[in-house]
Design a protein around this ligand. Structure first.
Ligand code: ATP
Length: 307
C-alpha cells in the first residue's frame, strides 16, 4: 500500500501481589515465589525497517534509559535476529509510560514488546513458547511481560503458571523521583536476614483464595513483599508513602517488586481517585497514576501493513 511497514507493540507494567524471596542460590540468584499482576500502565515499542539495529526513547524519564547495547529492547532485537538468522536491521522507538527503575518491570516490558514487534516485522513466526524461551534469557520478568494477566512465578520468576483469578482491580501507584537498583535491594535483604533461617518461598493460601473469589478487601490484606523491609531500609521515606495510602482508606498497599513504586488497592475508580488525591496532596510521591488490573501482555496495536 505504498507505506513502509512498521509495527507497534504495547506491553504492560507489573506489580507483585506477593513476592517471597528465598536464600541466595549458588548462581547468585534468589529462589522466588511470586504472583505477578499486569496493570494498565504501558510502554510502546515501534519497530521500523532499517539497515542497522538502532534505538530512540521518548517519555518523561527517557533520559534515565540507556541507549547502548545494555538496553533490553535492543538486546531483545539482537537476540531474536541472531537465533532466527535474520540479517535485517530494525529501528526501535520506545515510548516510556512505565516508571524507569521503579520495580514495575519497565525494561522487561520493552524487551517483550521488542520481541513481539521484531517477530512480526521480520515475519519470523516464532511460536509463543519459543518467544517465551528467548524472553527468559533476557531477564526474569520478561516472560511475564509477554503473558500478562495474573500469574504465579517460580524459579527466578521466569517459570509461569496463569493464576485462577477473578475480578477487575483498581490500583493507585505512588512513584518516587528516583529509582532503586534491584541488585542493591537484594543485597540489602541478604544483609538484613544474615544469620536467619530463610524458609522456602511460598505463596499464601489467603492470597490465592482472594484471587479465586475476586475478593478485593481480602486481596488488599494479603498483599506482601519480602523485599519491602530492604526497600524501606534503603529509602525510609517509602514508609510514609505507605502510611498515607492506608490513611486514605486503601484496602492494602505494598512496595512493588524491588521498589521504589508503592501500589495501593482501592474499592473502585472513585476510591482510586480519592487515594490518588490524598497521595498527591501529602507530597509524599513524585507522581501518582491510576491503573486497572489485570491487563493482557505484550500485544500488537498497529499491525504490519503489506507494501
Ligand atoms: P525490575 O522490576 O524488572 O527489576 P525495574 O522496573 O525496577 O526492574 P527497569 O525500569 O526495568 O526497572 O530498569 C532497570 C534498569 O534497567 C534501568 O535503570 C536501566 O539502566 C536499565 N534498562 C535497560 N533497558 C531499559 C529499558 N528499555 N527501559 C528502562 N530501563 C532499562
Amino acid at each position: 500500500m505504498g507505506r513502509t511497514g512498521g509495527v507497534t507493540v504495547r506491553a504492560p507494567a507489573k506489580v507483585n501481589l506477593e513476592l517471597r524471596v528465598g536464600a541466595p542460590r549458588a548462581d547468585g540468584y534468589h529462589e522466588l515465589a511470586t504472583v505477578f499482576h499486569a496493570i494498565g500502565l504501558f510502554d510502546e515499542v515501534q519497530a521500523l525497517p532499517a539497515d542497522d539495529v538502532t534505538l530512540t526513547v521518548e517519555g518523561s524519564q527517557a533520559e534515565l534509559v540507556p541507549l547502548d547495547g545494555t538496553n533490553l529492547a535492543l538486546r531483545a532485537a539482537v537476540l531474536l535476529a541472531d537465533r532466527v538468522g535474520v540479517d535485517d536491521g530494525v529501528h526501535l522507538h520506545v515510548r516510556k509510560g512505565i516508571p524507569v527503575a521503579g520495580g514495575m518491570a519497565g525494561g522487561s516490558a520493552d524487551a517483550a514488546a521488542a520481541l513481539v514487534a521484531c517477530d512480526a516485522l521480520w515475519h519470523t513466526g516464532l511460536a509463543r513458547e519459543d518467544l517465551h524461551l528467548l524472553a527468559a534469557e533476557l531477564g526474569s520478568d520478561v516472560p511475564f511481560s509477554l503473558l500478562g494477566g495474573t500469574a504465579i512465578g517460580t524459579g527466578r520468576g521466569e517459570r509461569l503458571t496463569p493464576a485462577l483469578a477473578r475480578g477487575e482491580y483498581h490500583w493507585v501507584v505512588a512513584l518516587a523521583d528516583h529509582g532503586l537498583s534491584t541488585p542493591e535491594v537484594y543485597r540489602e535483604i541478604d544483609r538484613l536476614r544474615a544469620g536467619d533461617e530463610v524458609p522456602e518461598p511460598e505463596i499464601s493460601d489467603a492470597l490465592m483464595q482472594a484471587l479465586r473469589a475476586g475478593d478485593a478487601p481480602a486481596l488488599g490484606e494479603a498483599l506482601a513483599n519480602d523485599l519491602q523491609p530492604a526497600a524501606f531500609s534503603l529509602d525510609p521515606a517509602l514508609e510514609r508513602t505507605l502510611a498515607v495510602g492506608y490513611q486514605a482508606g486503601a484496602l492494602g498497599g505494598v512496595v512493588s517488586g524491588s521498589g521504589p513504586s508503592v501500589v495501593f488497592l482501592t474499592t473502585g475508580p472513585e476510591h482510586a481517585l480519592d487515594v490518588a488525591v490524598a497521595l498527591t496532596a501529602s507530597g509524599v510521591a513524585a507522581g501518582v497514576r491510576r491503573a486497572p488490573g489485570p491487563v493482557g501482555g505484550a500485544r500488537i496495536v498497529e499491525p504490519v501493513r503489506d507494501r
